[in-house]
Design a protein around this ligand. Structure first.
Ligand code: UD1
Ligand code: MG
Length: 468
């Protein structure tokens, strides 16, 4: 099936103002990269509207780095991403020409969208609005515009006749500079019109660049849709705009979640990535970071200062203050913290409890297991309803390799116990506190491994040093 829609993302720019040691498309954005956002919005639009289409990425500055990022992250996408190369940055029209030259299948498309790599807030909704306008009103091209009190740097929208033109800052008259309606750099264009009209664009302007904006003419069959919410079109050119774009994306996400029944105690001091999902009935306290592909099921509570990264919390989980979770699963009704540390591979069972200052790594705790205080559980399996006392340590590393500790169900492991792995404790065993266990224990056993106590009456004074 031939593609009806081509979505071109301009990403050849250098982005020097960001002052990052990264090409601009790979700048960080809500724990993803900047380029992910226009790609995701474009794919979501094609998916939602059931259109056949492709994406075209125009690369230039550090093109190999951006290209290999795309290969590593989007090779399995439903829609093809074609890459085009702009060797010299001669302007936005030249960038689009690079796409038309390198991606031959553009000729099959009816509509071409143009997006910039650095406008992460534009969503599939805005693509839909532009597309509908273009088709329903039989326009040649539609541009998204907005109003701003600080139009400096943007192309000004000069309406007149049947259409409008766009005058760039450098070419604008004093009077035109006062115009507050500006160009967002995001367009939907009939491909046939684009291919014909782009040929007539020259670089006779104050920048000496080929401006794509010259497609729009006052007597043209073109339309400018002025969007009320300017935030959608924020461009990321420096670190201040990057911070603002991240904030807008997070707030947009949290407001959507709030509509669905997630309660935020103070949304303005909470940090939820757009990639996260949270179900209704959950309560999120301030200073919480929920990142990556984390999934929070219904009725969870996440207390202040906690960080949840790429983790799944099942229904009714309670994360008490200042806990840190990364790449873990916490099952129904379990409780973590305060000050819990769950590292990759921790799987905390239903109704289990991980108390304060407990670190768990690559370990499975079965239903109802408890590790309540000051412990390290690494490379381990802890059975159902087993209780582990304070100050427990799995000695999992022998300096060269990691080894496993397996403790069965219904055990009681006394405080200040070490398990020198590899070691296994059978179901229903009791280990006395202060034991260093380095041999496996069969089910139902009592094990004690500490030296016998010696008490010498009246001998303390020999050891108590006099203060005089
Ligand atoms: C452009 C618009 C301006 C609009 C503004 C919105 C033009 C002539 N002007 O200006 O009307 O208000 O965006 O942010 O289009 N790029 C290339 N190759 C090039 C030049 C640019 O790939 O040769 C890419 C950049 O990487 C960027 C995008 O195109 O993603 C926009 O380029 P930029 O230089 O930022 O254009 P502006 O001057 O901001
Ligand atoms: Mg720009």
């Amino acid at each position: 099936m031939s593609d009806k829609i081509g979505i071109v993302i301009l990403a050849a720019g250098e982005g020097t103002r960001l002052k990052l040691e990264l090409p601009k498309p790979l700048a960080p954005m809500c724990n993803q990269t900047l380029i992910d956002f226009p790609i995701q919005s474009s794919m979501e639009f094609l998916e939602k509207t059931k259109q056949s289409g492709h994406l075209g990425l125009v690369l230039g500055h550090e093109k190999e780095r951006v290209s290999s990022y795309i290969d590593n992250n989007f090779s399995e996408s439903k829609f093809k991403i074609h890459k085009a190369t702009q060797n010299e940055q001669l302007g936005t029209a030249d960038a689009v020409n690079s796409y038309l030259r390198d991606v031959k299948s553009h000729s099959e498309t009816e509509v071409t969208f143009i997006l910039c790599a650095d406008t992460p807030v534009i969503s599939s909704n805005e693509l839909e609005i532009l597309h509908d306008k273009l088709i329903n009103e039989k326009r040649d091209a539609v541009a998204a515009t907005f109003k701003t009190e600080t139009p400096k740097g943007y192309g000004r929208i000069i309406r007149g006749g049947s259409g409008f033109k766009i005058v760039e800052e450098k070419d604008a008259t004093e009077e035109q500079r006062y115009v507050t309606e500006v160009n967002s750099g995001f367009y939907a264009i009939k491909t046939k019109f684009l291919v014909d009209a782009i040929k007539n664009i020259d670089n006779k302007n104050n920048s000496g660049e080929f401006y794509l904006t010259d497609l729009f003419k006052e007597d043209g069959n073109v339309e400018a849709i002025c969007f009320e919410e300017a935030d959608v079109f924020i461009g990321v050119n420096d670190l201040q705009q990057l911070q603002r774009a991240e904030k807008i994306l997070r707030w947009k996400k949290m407001r959507e979640l709030r509509e669905e029944g997630v309660r935020f105690i103070d949304l303005s001091h909470t940090y939820v990535d757009p990639s996260v999902s949270i179900a209704s009935g959950s309560v999120i306290y301030p200073n919480v970071f929920i990142e990556g592909n984390s999934v929070i099921d219904k009725n969870c509570t996440i207390e202040p200062g906690s960080i949840i990264r790429n983790s799944h919390l099942e229904e009714g989980v309670e994360i008490k203050a200042y806990s840190h979770l990364e790449d873990v699963v916490v099952r129904k009704q379990a409780a973590i913290g305060p000050y819990g540390r769950l590292r990759p591979g921790a799987d905390i069972g239903e109704e289990s409890k991980i108390g304060n200052f407990v670190e768990v790594k690559k370990a499975v705790l079965k239903k109802g297991a408890k590790v309540s205080h000051l412990s390290y559980v690494g490379d381990a399996e802890i059975g159902e309803n087993t209780n582990i006392g304070c100050g427990f340590i799995t000695c999992n590393y022998d300096g060269a390799q990691k080894h496993k500790t397996i403790i069965g169900k219904d055990c009681f492991i006394g405080s200040d116990t070490q398990m020198v792995a590899p070691v296994e404790v059978g179901d229903g065993s009791f280990v006395a506190s202060g034991s260093t266990i380095n041999q496996s224990i069969p089910s139902g056993s009592f094990a004690i491994a500490r030296s016998k106590q010696v008490t010498k009456e009246n001998m303390a004074k020999r050891f108590l040093k006099s203060k005089n």
